[in-house]
Design a protein around this ligand. Sequence first.
Ligand code: SAH
Length: 345
Amino acid sequence: MRAEIDRFMTETVDTFLAPFHDPLRAALSTETRLHGRAEEWDAALATIQSNTRASQFDSDTVSVGDPNADFEEVLSMFLPWRKGPLKVGKTLIDTEWRSDWKWQRISSNIEPLKGKQVLDIGCGNGYHLFRMLGAGADLALGIDPTILFNYQFNLLQKLSHPNRAYLLPLRSEHLPQFGGFDTVFSLGVLYHRRSPIDHLKELLSFTKPGGELVLETLVVEGDRNTLLIPQDRYAKMANVWFIPSTSMLELMLRRAGFIDVKTVDVNVTSLEEQRATRWMQFQSLADYLDPTDKTKTVEGYPAPTRAILVARKPEVARKPEVARKPEVARKPEVARKPEVARNRK
Ligand code: SAH
């Protein structure tokens, strides 16, 4: 995993990211989680021969490595494989998610990525980072705090042609305000955040003026006053905090400072899109739904439905003066002063 951090630092010295290397190094040194299996995983990665590097990122299955080579044993050290499909050497990894379906819904609805510099917050093992490069992006930076996914990415990179996809083991709260990415993606992350507007404001701070945000998150049906806060778990997940309607999400995005906000897709997650496989043997969507009514979760909430929204950061940042206007209205405070004085009497 260290190798991937070093590769990022070396290969981005001549890019707009160079001024952020120091804050990123500081965040990496204090915020990267430790993992009990790190040593074992490092040893497994070291066994991978990277003399035959091959990769294909522009089709539904992201493929890396010599198609005749057998990496099954190493791959099974890095279970569970959630995002894909992936083909590593001769092995097709049928991952828990058909992440290619999410990509199809996204890619037809966003600005072309050709030549762009993009950021993917909460990118998992980096499946979508590779698809972004496959769609022509010049540089794709991902961040994800889950150490296993960083190792999976490292494994995929060891077998790929040299490319400009990078992954750092950080949370979005720990990133500097890059202000320079053409397109920022946050897919499947917002509902894990306790403070959704703060997350959207972070995303705004990473985006360059005029750049695009692509947001994918769980939604419920309803008007702009509809928000589901699960009493406890949602689809057995303990860390789901907010599930708004699309209209409320649009409002949140505008309040956070985005413009041209649009909902471009709404999709009920199917049992074919998220399921247990040989490569992810824990519970999956089928276990999270009410066995007698698949439109409900086991807790009785609406079954997982996901929306994709796009929005833009204004070309010119909204002038702080506008935001400060209420100062003019502060006059009453002056008028109120005597009240304080009266209380003191
Ligand atoms: N974007 C991928 C994966 C979504 S799963 C996809 O849509 O298929 C959610 C991911 O977000 C997990 O990998 C988790 O580790 C990561 N995550 C959770 N909280 C995060 C945070 N605060 N900042 C960045 N990533 C986060």
